[in-house]
Write a protein that binds this ligand. Structure first.
Ligand code: PGA
Length: 250
């Protein structure tokens, strides 16, 4: 995993956006794996600006998101469907039907998970996967566990994740406790991974991902085994690792 430290959130967003735009220009029919959360918002803003000025187009791009809450409506303002519309899809030229966000109404979740994996596989797999990292080391909603789960699945969110997500909801009891998430199969088979982490509240997770054991207790640690993964950090998220010898400061 290549690790690059940049000054701040804006520089991290731009560095990641540059990689996405380069791929979209060199491969207009690329398959993007997209993430939600506060971290990638700056990256999406940059993509929207470039799309509006004609530098890039989503016309032939297809996208697959990592995860979605279970138990809230698709049009709930905090659903990841709404998040993606608000921050990206409503502002770019992506055709309806070309973007995919996991969804199950719970009646046949197993079938919905299988279908999601199949649709990614049939699209040819992910060319470039955008990732954030949870404060507990999760990627997508693959929470710390005793083993890695390969397939898309329904998961119960970790207490730390529920606490971290509470800032988006009015009441603690409204915070979803379950989610549908891609597993490690989709993520680790992505041809390229770009991870972003910013802010001091990510410093411990970043340290454990890079310096500890590769273990499902720290799901992001498995990314060290990926052949083409780059991690962009701001100074705060890097504050426990910046003295390590393999780090590139930019
Ligand atoms: P955040 O979430 O970008 O809102 O910090 C990242 C994640 O949980 O993967």
């Amino acid at each position: 995993m290549i690790v690059k430290i940049l000054d701040d959130y804006e520089k991290v967003s731009e560095a990641a956006a540059l990689i996405v735009k380069a791929l979209m220009i060199s491969k207009p029919q690329c398959i993007l794996g997209l993430a939600t959360g506060s971290t990638p918002i700056g990256l999406y803003q940059s993509l929207v600006r470039s799309c509006k000025n004609g530098e890039i187009s989503f016309r032939d791009v297809r996208t697959f998101n990592l995860d979605e809450y279970v138990g809230i409506d698709m049009d709930h303002p905090e659903s990841y469907h709404c998040f993606m519309e608000k921050h990206l899809f409503d502002h770019v030229d992506i055709p309806k039907g070309s973007f995919h966000v996991p969804w199950t109404d719970g009646d046949n979740a197993e079938r919905d998970c299988e279908r999601y994996d199949r649709s990614i596989f049939e699209a040819g797999g992910i060319d470039l996967q955008i990732l954030g990292i949870g404060g507990n080391g999760h990627i997508a909603f693959n929470e710390p566990a005793d083993f890695f789960t390969e397939e898309t699945h329904i998961t119960t969110l970790d207490e730390r994740t529920i606490r971290d997500n509470a800032r988006f909801f009015d009441r603690m009891e409204d915070v979803p406790v379950k989610a549908m998430t891609v597993g490690m199969g989709v993520i680790m088979h992505a041809r390229r991974i770009v991870m972003l982490a910013t802010g001091a509240n990510k410093a411990d997770a970043v340290y454990r991902m890079l310096c500890g054991e590769i273990t499902p207790r720290v799901p992001a640690s498995v990314l060290r085994l990926h052949p083409d993964a780059v991690l962009f950090l701001d100074r705060e998220a890097a504050n426990r690792i910046e003295k390590l010898p393999f780090i590139h400061k930019m």
